[in-house]
Design a binder for this molecule. Structure first.
Ligand code: PTJ
Length: 270
C-alpha cells in the first residue's frame, strides 16, 4: 500500500504474515492502537506529522497522571459542560488529531448538546479540510462549520491559519471548546472576549494556562465522559449550571493537577 506521495506504509492492521501488528494481549495495546490510528490518519491527510509529535507530548503527560481521569479533571469536565449548556453560541473546534481520535464521539456530543462542530486547522494543506470533513460526515456529523461555501471571518488578534474562522461558529461564539490547541490561538480567543474551554494533558502549556477551564486529561477519556454527564446535566436548571461554573476555580484546578502529577511521581520513587 502507498500513500499519495507513493511512500509505502504497509497494511493497516496486519504484519506481512497476517498476524495483527498490535496483539490483543499487549500490555499497552490501547496506547499503540491510538498511535496506529493517528499514523493511518496521517496517511489520509487528516493528521499532520506535527500532530504525531503533539500526541507524543500528550502521551508523556498521560503517564504522569497514571492514564486516568482524576477527580480534578472530572470537576473540570462538569464545569465545561455547564458553561457549554449555558452559552448562547457555543461551538466545538475540531483539528486533525481530534477528528482522528474522537471524531465519532464528538458527533454524538454535538447532537446531544445541539452544539455545532467547526473544523479549524493550524497546518493548511491541499485536501486536508476535505479529508477531515469526509471523516466527520462518515460519523454522521450534521452541524459542521468551517467547510463548504461560506465567507470566512478573521480573528484579527491572530496571525496563524487559525485566524480564518466561520462567521456562524467561532467568530460569533461566546463559549468555545478548543481541544489540543496551540497557545497563540487560545490567547487570541480570550483577547477576543470568548470563554475558552480546553482539553490538554500538559497543565503547563500556554493553552492550559490561558484558558478559562482546562481539562487536564486525555481527550479519548474526556469526550466519552462528557457524553455520559451531558445526559443528566442537560436537565439541570440555569441556576444549578451557574452554580457549577461559579464553584470552579481555574487557578486551583491547574495547581491541583500539577500537585497530582508530583504526588504520582513520588509514589513511584520508593
Ligand atoms: O490538525 P492541526 O493542523 O490543527 O494541528 C493539530 C496540532 C495538535 C498538531 C496542533 O494544534 C498543535 O501543534 O498543537 P500543540 O501546540 O502541540 O498542542 C497540543 C497540546 O495537546 C499539547 O500540550 C499536548 O500535550 C496536548 N495533547 C496531545 N495529545 C493529547 C493532548 N491533550 C489531551 N489529549 C490528547 N490525546
Amino acid at each position: 500500500m502507498t500513500d499519495d506521495d507513493g511512500n509505502p506504509h504497509g497494511n493497516a492492521d496486519n504484519n506481512p504474515d497476517g498476524n495483527p501488528i498490535i496483539p490483543q494481549d499487549h500490555p499497552r495495546a490501547q496506547s499503540l492502537h491510538y498511535r496506529h490510528t493517528l499514523v493511518e490518519a496521517m496517511h489520509q491527510k487528516i493528521v499532520t506529522p506535527s500532530g504525531l509529535c503533539a500526541h507524543g507530548r500528550g502521551e508523556a503527560f498521560d503517564y504522569l497522571l497514571g492514564e486516568i481521569t482524576t477527580p480534578i479533571a472530572q470537576s473540570a469536565i462538569k464545569a465545561a459542560l455547564a458553561a457549554l449548556l449555558m452559552a448562547k453560541h457555543p461551538v466545538i473546534s475540531v483539528n486533525g488529531n481530534v477528528a482522528a481520535l474522537v471524531g465519532e464521539e464528538l458527533v454524538t456530543l454535538s447532537h446531544l448538546l445541539d452544539i455545532p462542530l467547526e473544523i479549524n486547522i493550524f497546518y493548511q494543506a491541499p485536501g486536508r479540510l476535505e479529508a477531515i470533513e469526509a471523516l466527520m460526515r462518515s460519523f454522521g456529523a450534521k452541524n459542521l462549520l468551517g467547510v463548504g461555501d461560506f465567507t470566512p471571518a478573521i480573528i484579527s488578534e491572530l496571525s496563524s491559519n487559525r485566524r480564518i474562522v466561520d462567521p456562524r461558529g467561532i467568530y460569533k461564539a461566546d463559549v468555545v471548546l478548543v481541544p489540543l490547541e496551540d497557545g497563540d490561538r487560545t490567547e487570541a480567543l480570550v483577547a477576543a472576549g470568548k470563554y475558552i474551554i480546553t482539553i490538554d494533558l500538559n497543565p503547563l502549556s500556554r493553552t492550559a494556562q490561558k484558558a478559562n477551564i482546562t481539562i487536564v486529561d486525555n481527550i479519548v477519556r474526556v469526550i466519552p465522559a462528557m457524553i455520559k454527564f451531558a445526559k443528566s446535566m442537560r436537565n439541570l436548571t440555569r441556576e444549578e449550571l451557574d452554580e457549577i461554573v461559579n464553584q470552579f476555580d481555574q487557578p486551583q484546578n491547574l495547581k491541583q493537577s500539577l500537585e497530582y502529577i508530583i504526588k504520582y511521581i513520588k509514589t513511584h520513587i520508593n
